[in-house]
Write a protein that binds this ligand. Structure first.
Ligand SMILES: [Zn+2]
Length: 70
């Protein structure tokens, strides 16, 4: 049973490490591959959700209800 739990933890730990790298990395790879955009420096409102320009890749992004930028 312990082996099964440790095997399940491996992908989770990998994802967690990726998220940490993402938080201080300027690699556009995270924007294009995962869609994890950075919070815009200047935020606007399009009438439905907060919007802005990703400070990493310069793409137009929107904020979802969880506070993530996509
Ligand atoms: Zn981006």
């Amino acid at each position: 049973m312990k082996t099964v739990i440790s095997l399940l933890m491996i992908p989770l730990i990998c994802l967690w490490i990726l998220m940490i790298i993402d938080s201080f990395s300027n690699a556009q790879f995270f924007c294009t591959f995962f869609g994890w955009h950075k919070a815009p420096k200047e935020q606007g409102f399009d009438g439905c959700s907060p919007e802005g320009t990703c400070s990493r890749c310069g793409e137009h992004v929107l904020q979802d209800s969880q506070g993530n930028w996509f």
